[in-house]
Design a protein around this ligand. Structure first.
Ligand SMILES: CC(C)(COP(=O)(O)OP(=O)(O)OC[C@H]1O[C@@H](n2cnc3c(N)ncnc32)[C@H](O)[C@@H]1OP(=O)(O)O)[C@@H](O)C(=O)NCCC(=O)NCCS
Length: 153
C-alpha cells in the first residue's frame, strides 16, 4: 500500500464496472452484500447513500458505503457505515482502515459526532476489526446484527 496513492472516489459511469468486480472471499459472503446489490440500494437511496470505490493507484481494492440521513427517526441509522467490502486478495493491507477513515472524515465534514456500524457476529465476522478501529458495542441488536458506535473528537 502506498499512502500517497490511496483514495476514495465516487462511483461514475467510468468506474462502475470496476467497482462491482470488488469481491470478498467466498466464505465472507455471509457478512456483506455484493457491491452490485449495494449500488442498487445506493440508487434507491441516492439522497442519503455515500458509496465510494477505494483505489490504490489504479488498482481497485475496496468498496465502502455510508448512509448520512440526519432526519432519520432511528438514531442508529442517521450516520453510519452501511457496507464494506475489501477485495479478497487485498485484505490485511490497511485498506479497510483507510475506507472507514474516509467515512469518519466525511461524517466530521458533515458535522456529525456519532458514527455507527453493525455486523453479523460469529466466526470470521469483522467485529475485531471494528473494535480495533475504535468502535464500541452499544449492546443493541439490529435484526441479526450487533450495533457498534464511535464518537468523533
Ligand atoms: C473486515 C474487513 C473489512 C477488514 O479489512 P482489511 O483491509 O483486511 O483490514 P485492515 O488491513 O485495514 O486492518 C486494520 C486492523 O484490523 C485488524 N483486522 C482486520 N480484520 C480483522 C479480523 N477479522 N479480526 C481481527 N483483526 C482484524 C488488522 O490486523 C489491522 O490491525 P493492525 O492495525 O493492528 O495491524 C475485510 O476483511 C472484509 O472485507 N471482510 C469481509 C466483509 C466484511 O466483513 N465486511 C464488513 C461488513 S460490516
Amino acid at each position: 500500500m502506498s499512502s500517497t496513492s490511496l483514495r476514495a472516489v465516487e462511483i461514475t459511469p467510468d468506474n462502475v464496472r470496476t467497482a462491482v468486480k470488488v469481491e470478498v472471499r467466498e466464505d465472507q459472503n455471509a457478512f456483506v452484500a455484493p457491491v452490485v446489490f449495494s449500488l442498487a440500494e445506493a440508487y434507491a437511496s441516492r439522497e442519503t447513500a455515500w458509496p465510494r470505490l477505494i483505489l490504490d493507484g489504479d488498482r481497485p481494492v475496496a468498496f465502502i458505503m455510508a448512509n448520512f440521513d440526519p432526519d432519520e427517526k432511528e438514531p442508529d441509522h442517521r450516520c453510519g457505515i452501511w457496507r464494506l467490502n475489501v477485495a479478497a486478495g487485498e485484505q490485511g493491507k490497511g485498506y479497510g482502515r483507510f475506507a472507514v477513515q474516509a467515512v469518519l472524515d466525511e461524517a466530521r465534514r458533515r458535522g456529525q459526532r456519532r458514527v455507527t456500524v453493525s455486523w453479523v457476529p460469529g466466526e470470521g465476522s469483522p467485529e475485531e476489526f471494528y473494535l480495533k478501529l475504535g468502535f464500541r458495542k452499544t449492546g443493541k441488536v439490529d435484526g441479526d446484527e450487533l450495533v457498534g458506535e464511535l464518537f468523533l473528537d
